[in-house]
Design a protein around this ligand. Structure first.
Ligand SMILES: [Zn+2]
Length: 245
């Protein structure tokens, strides 16, 4: 939905210069940030504002989205898989299934290799996110006010409330993504807690690894397959039935 809207706005409302404001409003975590960007967008183009209101905020904003966004996981798995399997569209059904099986085997093997090279508690994508936010985390003062709970204060005096065991921060980024924001990172590092241990469960390397532990069995040689008599008779009778029909 977001990418379709982005395309429509960049084409239909290009002359109003609202694309950046749309992006900022869509990516904002807090209502007050969303409203700031959306007000400015509406001031530049009431038509664009009306268009986005009619679409419904829950369909294109982080702020009003009702479910889990996961963020670094694609929300477009079906499209990605369709693209991978496009080549098999023209195959007869048996070959199509064989093709899908081989693709899944390759994907599972690649992920197994990826996990074997990783020494972290979290997947490599989440590790990269930590690296991005680490420099910013050094700019805050941190005070503990309860078990796992911290007040994090920026140099300009803004306060944030972080609860590490609930993956929560009042900036809402940590709350929504379950990956520590710079405030949560500051609190964890200040009190000697490994920030990679306080992420959403689904980002852990163990969960990622568990998701492809089932075996994808290779195809047996047809000459080695013993077909029970009742099945082979059933298949022959179906085949003859089709011929007669
Ligand atoms: Zn935060």
């Amino acid at each position: 939905m977001y990418s379709n809207l982005e395309r429509n706005i960049s084409v239909s409302y290009a002359r109003y210069g609202v694309s950046c404001l749309f992006f900022s409003a869509a990516k904002a975590y807090r209502v007050r940030d969303f409203e700031k960007y959306f007000e400015e967008l509406g001031g530049r183009s009431p038509g664009c504002r009306k268009y986005l209101e009619n679409v419904g905020f829950e369909h294109w904003t982080r702020t009003y989205y009702k479910g889990e966004r996961y963020n670094i996981m694609t929300s477009n798995n079906s499209k990605a898989m369709n693209n991978v399997l496009r080549k098999a569209n023209a195959y007869p059904i048996v070959y199509m299934i064989q093709f899908i099986r081989e693709v899944i085997m390759r994907l599972f093997a690649a992920r197994g290799k990826k996990v074997s090279k990783c020494n972290s508690l979290v997947t490599s994508e989440v590790d990269e996110r930590f690296l991005q936010d680490l420099p910013k985390s050094g700019k805050f003062a941190v005070m503990m006010f309860g078990p796992w709970s911290y007040q994090v204060t920026s140099k300009s005096g803004e306060h944030y409330h972080v609860v590490l065991d609930e993956c929560m921060c009042t900036c809402l980024r940590y709350t929504m993504l379950r990956i520590p924001c710079e405030h949560a990172l500051a609190a964890a590092i200040h009190f000697g807690i490994n920030p990679k241990a306080v992420v959403g469960l689904w980002y852990s390397l163990q969960v990622f690894s568990d998701s492809f532990q089932e075996s994808v069995l290779p195809i047996a040689d047809p000459n080695d397959v013993v077909i029970p008599q009742d099945i082979s008779e059933f298949m022959i009778s179906r085949f003859l039935g089709l011929l007669i029909w």
